[in-house]
Design a protein around this ligand. Structure first.
Ligand code: PLP
Length: 459
């Protein structure tokens, strides 16, 4: 296949050997490829020295920017001690210290911390702990899971089963177990202005499911406030509290998937804290080790931990663990990150950044002919594209969002599309002038690409 880009050695190896995640490789190989070699704060630098704002925070993970001196120092200090020690029946210093730090996220209400190494695994652990818990206390019939329309909890079989991302997971449907799905609330806000908000129907549907089936339900799993992978779909403030109250009333565990929303993404350490809710399980990953290293944690209550205690022959042990669970390098970076993040949140910086992002999105896209919708909450935002005549649509293979994201590189921006939408997820520590660049570069790419696509629109 002819390549559309000058072939360097790097490019040749990539084209010949790599298979990239979530990527149609035919499309990837047919377009210019980007080889990143260095990071500096909110910026990534390619092999030719070009600079790009990291508009998706290296897949929603980056907190303090790339190459942060404090995080680098913490990582190097730990490297001089030990790079890896298993937690299977053993302990190492930073895991214990980080577990204590994480207990403080819920003021000690979830004092037990089970480490893993990625978000999907943090969810798998919560599900398996919930399932095993009900068996251990003699309620074997509580086996089901409830999740919300549009949910994304990962790509492993368990997390696909409780997700509702058919575009990603449909092919594997025959191998999945069933979860009961309730409809999501309808809520759209940007820069603190609520455009529409309706949660009653969703809560009523959930209550009905619980009334009929709670005896057979182990847990409800939810991404609080924003469903990232669904396209930054929002829930109104207070919705989580209502869901939590229903779970408590019908004795169903509440698993909060804060893999995306944790560590400053919505302006506080967790949405759980912001919404004053106490789940039974809190799952953390992406920003936990500040976007440096793969690390994840599932936090839970002492009462759940207690149910698993017994003589070995009783078979109460939780038989689950990953080779790199709680890796010391990741734990060291996570501790250093939390130490910097707490004062940053207290200073009001994140509130201001979020508000600026919302205002810039609003200013640039509110009356844009090819933007059919947009929303922002914390440091998350999305804009949706459509032909100016809203009754028409673009053929899928026109790849409107993808074309905009490719064009954005010319304006110094890396940003990921989701179908005909663009998702804004910058590093948490992004500076005001960088937020302006982020939105302006996206605007330039939109203006360059979308008017040209108008003629291909279908009714
Ligand atoms: C990314 C994500 C996951 C999966 O995390 P991985 O580390 O990619 O396995 C789960 N839940 C949410 C909300 C996510 O955004």
């Amino acid at each position: 296949m002819p390549l559309a880009y000058p072939i360097t050695d790097l490019d040749a190896s990539d084209c010949k050997h790599a298979w990239h995640p979530f990527t149609q490789m035919k499309e990837y190989l047919g377009n210019p490829r980007l080889h990143l070699v260095k990071g500096e704060g909110s910026w990534l630098i390619d092999a030719e020295g070009n600079r790009y704002l990291d508009g998706n925070a290296s897949v929603w993970t980056n907190v303090h920017g790339h190459n942060d001196p404090d995080l680098n120092a913490a990582l190097k200090a730990q490297l001089d001690q030990v790079a890896h020690v298993t937690l299977l029946g053993l302990n190492h210093r930073v895991a214990a210290e980080l577990a204590e730090d994480l207990a403080s996220l819920t003021n000690g209400v979830l004092p037990r911390c089970f480490f893993t190494d990625n978000g999907s695994n943090a969810i798998e652990v919560a599900l398996k702990l919930s399932f095993q818990y009900w068996q251990l206390i003699g309620q074997k019939e509580k086996r089901g899971v409830i999740s919300m329309r549009g949910a994304y909890h990962g790509d492993t079989f368990g997390t696909m089963s409780v997700g509702d991302s058919s575009g990603f997971h449909q092919r594997f449907a025959p191998w999945l177990f069933n979860a009961k799905i309730f409809s999501a609330p309808v809520h759209v806000e940007c820069a603190g202005q609520v455009q529409t908000s309706e949660a009653q129907a969703s809560l009523q549907e959930l209550e009905k499911i619980l009334q009929n089936e709670s005896k057979h339900v182990a847990c409800l799993i939810l991404e609080p406030r924003v469903q990232g992978a669904a396209g930054m779909r929002q829930q109104p403030a207070g919705f989580l509290k209502s869901v939590a109250a229903l779970c408590q009333r019908y004795q169903v565990h509440l698993i909060l998937d804060e893999v995306f929303t944790g560590f400053g993404r919505l302006g506080s350490l967790t949405a759980t804290e912001q919404e004053e809710v106490v789940p039974d399980f809190l799952c953390l990953a992406k920003g936990l080790a500040a976007g440096y290293l793969p690390l994840a944690a599932t936090l839970t209550k002492e009462s759940i931990f207690e149910a698993f205690q017994g003589d070995f022959s009783e078979g109460k042990t939780f038989f689950h663990g990953h080779t790199f669970s709680g890796n010391p390098l990741g734990c060291a970076v996570a501790r250093a990150s939390l130490k910097k993040l707490r004062p940053m949140i207290r200073s009001g910086q994140l509130t201001e950044s979020a508000s600026l992002l919302g205002r810039e999105i609003d200013r640039n896209f509110s009356s844009h002919p090819q933007v059919s919708g947009y929303r922002q909450l914390g440091l998350t935002a999305a804009i949706d594209f459509s032909p100016a005549d809203r009754r028409r649509h673009w053929p899928v293979d026109l790849r409107a969002g993808y074309q905009v994201s490719l064009a954005a590189r010319k304006y110094g921006l890396i940003i990921r599309p989701l179908a005909d939408s663009l998702l804004f997820v910058p590093p948490i520590a992004i500076k005001p002038e960088e937020i302006r660049h982020l939105v302006q570069a996206a605007r330039s790419a939109v203006d360059e690409v979308l008017p040209k696509l108008e003629i291909h629109s279908l009714s």
